[in-house]
Structure formats: C-alpha cells, structure tokens
Design a protein around this ligand. Structure first.
Ligand code: ADP
Ligand code: MG
Length: 467
C-alpha cells in the first residue's frame, strides 16, 4: 500500500516537478498539493494523507504550522524541506519531531522516509535503496509518530522548546588536567542554582567509557550505569526492527545503524539509568563498571543517548570526557552548546589544546562555544594567560578562565566532597563559580543571547564528521 503524501508549498514549479518525479513511485502517492494554509487544511481533511511535506509558505512558520496540523491530525508525519540557508532550523524541527531533508528534494529521500512510517494496519515493506543516503545526508531524522508510542510526542516536546537547555562538555586533550574535578564541581554548582525560582535539573554524564571515575569522586554506586542503558537500547532496537517485519539477526550492520537512527526515543525513561547524589539531587549517568562493557558501546548507542538527553527535561547536561579523540568524545563536543577546554599551564597541555583548536577550526566548529580554562595556576607561572591567548590565536575579547592550584582540591577528591559544598573561602571554588555563571547565565537578557547563538549552529558539522 502506498503512503499518501500531501505537498504544502507555495512554489508551484517545485511542486509540479516533485509530483512528476513521484508519479510512478511504488511507495508514494501524491494525494494533494496546497499552495496556502487554507488549502492545506481542506486537503488534510479531504484527502487523508499519511505524510505531509512542508516546503514553505511565505509568511508562515513551519514549526508552528506543523504543531497546529498535528493537533487536529495526530497521526500525521511531517517532513520539512529546507534549503541550505534554512538548515540552521534543523535542530529546531527535529525537536518538534519533524523529519528534515535538504532541497533540492530527491524523490528517493521522501520514499525512504515514507517507508519508515507505518500507518496503523499496514504491513512493513522493504525500504527502497536510497534509504541509506537519506540518513547520511540528513543527519538524524526520526518519525514524528510511531504506532508503538502511546502518548503523543507533542505533549512531551512542546514544553521543552520554551525552556533553554545547555549541554556542556568538559574536555581537555591531556589526562590529569582537572576535567573530572571541574565537571563534578560545575555539576554540583548548577544543581544548587535556580532559574525563576525553580531549582535547575542537572545531569552529569561520565563519557570516560572505559576508565571513568566520576561516580567515585562523589562516592556514588555505579549501578545502574550507561551500559544498562546501552543494553536496553539494543533490546528496543531488536523489537523495533521486528516490528518493521525484519529479522534483527540477519540484517547488515548498515541497516542496523539506519534503524538505530529511526528508533523512537524515550527521554521520560532516563531516570532508570541514573544514580542520584544524596546531598544535592544531582543525577549522574555513570560509566560502565567493567572495562569490557565499554568495548560493546557503539557510536549509535552514544548518538541515541545524546539525542535522548537533548530531549529530556534536564536544564543542564554536563559531560565529562576522556582525553582522547574517540567517537564518544567527538560526539560530546559536537552536541554541546558549550565546551570547557581544560588545560594546565604546561607546554604539553598547551600544545595539545592548540592542535585541537586547529582541528575544530578546520571543521568550522563555532569557536564561540569554546571556553578555555587553565587549571592549577600557581602564583608565578612561566606562561601568562596573555601569552597563552596569543599562542591559541584567540580573539582579544575572549576570556581565558583560570582556576588556581588549591590544596583543598585533592582532599575533596579523596573524600568525595565537592569544594562547592564546603563552606569558607576556597579559591578553586570561587573560580569555578565564575566559570559556571559564564556558562549558564540565568539572567533573562543573557539567556536570549545564548538562544541566538544556538540558532547559528552549523549542521554541516556532522557531515564533516561522518562524511
Ligand atoms: N585546581 C586544582 N588544584 C589542585 N589539584 C588539582 C586541581 N585540579 C585538579 N587537581 C588534581 O589533579 C588530579 C587529576 O584531576 P582530574 O580531574 O582527575 O583530571 P582529568 O579528569 O583531566 O584526568 C586530581 O585528582 C586532583 O588531585
Ligand atoms: Mg577524568
């Protein structure tokens, strides 16, 4: 059975072209076209489409339009077709549960997406060949509506949009520079902050998959952990693939990867995998207990975990990373709104940060997201912060944060008591508070500034990353 597609677009020529291209499609029947909103409503009613392609209608906002349509027709799936200068909206659309494809539209892309939706009562069919192309080109897209999901996605997604969320990745291309210490302190700092009178919901994630110690630095148990989630994801994927009429044991790893990209996420279940820090209520997603378990964690697991975290109702997601350039680390960098790049004022640490900055600049990574933080500064250092700034070729306006070398730090790690929870003047604690305030300004005006910056995000980063 073909999926019925309604094309909503005020560009007559492109509608005509697409209709012509789909005329012999085995998978799709264009059941109508609408050049304006009124017409779209009428045809939604009369033609009962399964799928709506939102090209663009002057003067309307597609996210809003989709939400309105969905209220009246909750079973509908939506595809937003974006030109290259509209691709900055991709994360926004994806948050709303729209699929996103790039213009010019390849009919095969729509066919492939159409095959991923399964209208009730319809038996799954094999997706056409182009499927793989869609996923790789368009980064993640997932159906807005899966028959297996009981509550409408809109319910859980609408409130998320209005609340700014920050994913902060703490990174540093050298071991022992203070990443885990700074992650822990920032996480505790944020969990003690309020936004409009409501305490922030904070989760810390240990992305040192093999040798993570975040839990230890807070005296927390390590069960459940990230691997518990990974096993559940695989179980969900198995049944998802079976639901599509396929045998999970006989599909290729590429197909597996593609199904993973389309797996419906369940941000409401994250709490099953976290441990709570008793004193602050901070949630921690700890790394696996056994190194061997970390070997079983694949890119798509991490991708699904990060996507789910992004859709969760945590206000701050803080990721501690390993000093490497594995996929876990790179994904954590590219998912982040802010990166705290940690180093020590020693030449090897500085050299590696410089190399990392070079790589990120080549990838057109938005440098405004990176905050450089020099940890363990002593009263007299061989390099001044100005010299380091010059070496990194930072803009003169860019502040380098510094955290002093402080005897209290070691004690606090050994006892599992964050400096943030200790009273009295602790220089390292004050420095981390300064960093935290710069990362997540709760003041209204600054918040808007942070939002603006988010919209500038370049989606091509993922393409650069995974070709
Ligand atoms: N500001 C600081 N002052 C004194 N010691 C510090 C400071 N920051 C980190 N340390 C010490 O460095 C050690 C390594 O820090 P850690 O956060 O585990 O580094 P990383 O996560 O980068 O490998 C800690 O155990 C702590 O004793
Ligand atoms: Mg560490």
């Amino acid at each position: 059975m073909k999926r019925r597609l309604l094309i909503v677009d005020d560009d007559r020529d492109s509608v005509r072209l697409l209709k012509a291209q789909l005329i012999n499609s085995r998978w799709i029947e264009v059941c109508g076209e609408a050049l304006g909103v009124e017409e779209a409503w009428a045809k939604l009613q009369a033609n009962q489409p399964h799928l709506v392609l939102l090209g663009g209608i002057k003067g309307t906002e597609r996210g809003v339009l989709c939400q309105q349509f969905r209220l009246a027709f909750p079973h509908l799936s939506f595809i937003a077709a974006c030109s290259s200068n509209e691709l900055m909206w991709e994360p926004f659309f994806r948050n709303l549960g729209l699929w996103v494809i790039a213009k010019p539209i390849e009919p095969g892309q729509i066919e492939a997406l159409a095959m991923m939706i399964q209208p009730p009562g319809m038996v799954a069919e094999a997706a056409p060949q182009q499927h793989q192309y869609v996923i790789q080109e368009q980064t993640r897209s997932y159906p807005s509506q899966q028959p297996s999901i009981s509550e409408p996605i809109t319910d859980s997604l609408v409130p998320e949009m209005t609340r700014p969320k920050q994913l902060i990745t703490v990174y540093g291309p050298k071991g022992g520079v203070g990443k885990t210490f700074i992650s822990r302190e920032l996480a505790i700092f944020f969990s003690m902050q309020k936004n409009e009178g409501v305490p922030l919901r904070v989760i810390a994630v240990d992305f040192n998959l093999d040798l993570g110690t975040f839990a230890t630095t807070l005296n927390l148990p390590r069960t459940p952990n990230l691997f518990t989630w990974v096993k559940d994801l695989d179980a969900q994927l198995h049944s998802f693939i079976q639901d599509q009429g396929k045998d999970p044991y006989s599909i290729s790893s590429e197909e597996w990867q593609e199904y993973a990209q389309a797996l419906p996420l369940s941000p409401q279940h994250i709490e099953k995998y976290v441990v709570a820090h008793p004193d602050t209520g901070l949630h921690v997603l700890t790394s696996p207990r056994d190194i061997r378990q970390s070997f079983e964690i694949r890119d798509y697991h991490l991708y699904l975990i990060l996507e789910t975290l992004k859709q969760s109702n945590y206000d701050v997601i803080l990721i501690d990373t390993a000093p490497d350039t594995t996929d876990a680390t790179i994904q954590a960098l590219f998912f982040a709104e802010h990166v705290v790049m940690v180093g020590n004022p020693v030449v090897d640490s500085i050299e590696n940060i410089q190399r990392l900055l070079k790589l990120l600049r080549e990838a057109e990574y938005p440098e405004e997201r990176i905050q450089i933080c020099m940890n363990r500064l002593q009263r007299k250092e061989m390099f001044t912060l100005d010299e380091i700034r010059a070496y990194f070729q930072l803009l003169p306006s860019k502040k380098i944060f510094s955290i002093p070398d402080d005897v209290e730090v070691k004690k606090s790690i050994n006892t599992g008591t964050p400096v943030m929870l200790q009273s009295g003047r602790i220089p390292a604690k004050e420095a981390i508070e300064t960093l935290g305030k710069a990362l997540f300004p709760v003041d209204g005006e600054q918040m808007k500034a942070a939002e603006k910056e988010k919209q500038k995000e370049k989606t091509s980063l993922f393409k650069w990353l995974w070709g």
